[in-house]
Design a binder for this molecule. Structure first.
Ligand SMILES: Cc1cc2nc3c(=O)[nH]c(=O)nc-3n(C[C@H](O)[C@H](O)[C@H](O)COP(=O)(O)O)c2cc1C
Length: 151
């Protein structure tokens, strides 16, 4: 199963998670930006897509990128987020990503990974993601791939 990680990250919180997953899986982690030339996902079976949350929405670069995708074959997507724990914003943002991808005929897996991510100057969740959350992200990705490869 060929996997890739794509992520958008403003402060680096989601990048820490993405890099750990990539290290565990031995695959690339690509940062999605507002640049018009972006990674082609055609060669992959499983795409891990991650983002921080902003006012209950995913990073706008990720939204723009996913909206711009046109893929010939359906892939499996596994979503991950870092967030401040604001009630319901996780469900809102994950729902938005899912709707975009399913609207394009892509399969989004039921399970996702979430870790807290603090923001400089704001007390909420300062110091997150903690080392154990980062480690857990890598384990989650590895176990998910193993499970999919068995099924
Ligand atoms: C302007 C702003 C808006 C945010 N909105 C939310 C939100 O709606 N829900 C939440 O749980 N966290 C929110 N956060 C916290 C971020 O999602 C969190 O710090 C995340 O880890 C940032 O990830 P990144 O640095 O990889 O982009 C917000 C942070 C900022 C600065």
């Amino acid at each position: 199963m060929k996997s890739i990680i794509i992520y958008a990250s403003k402060s680096g919180n989601t990048k820490k998670i993405a890099d750990q997953m990539a290290a565990q899986l031995g695959c690339e982690a690509i940062k999605i930006t507002d640049s018009p030339t972006q990674t082609d996902l055609e060669a992959y079976d499983l795409v891990f897509a991650g983002t921080g949350l902003y006012a209950g929405t995913p990073n706008e670069d990720m939204v723009k990128y996913l909206n711009s995708l046109s893929m010939k074959s359906p892939k499996q997507f596994a979503l991950f987020i870092t967030w401040g724990g604001a009630p319901r914003s996780d469900k809102m943002a994950l729902g938005k990503l899912r709707a975009i991808l399913e609207g394009k005929g892509q399969k989004v897996l039921e399970e996702h990974f979430a870790a807290f991510g603090g923001w400089k100057g704001i007390l909420m969740k300062r110091g997150h993601p903690k080392p154990e959350e980062i480690t857990a992200a890598g384990e989650w990705a590895k176990n998910l791939v193993a499970k999919l490869e068995k099924s």
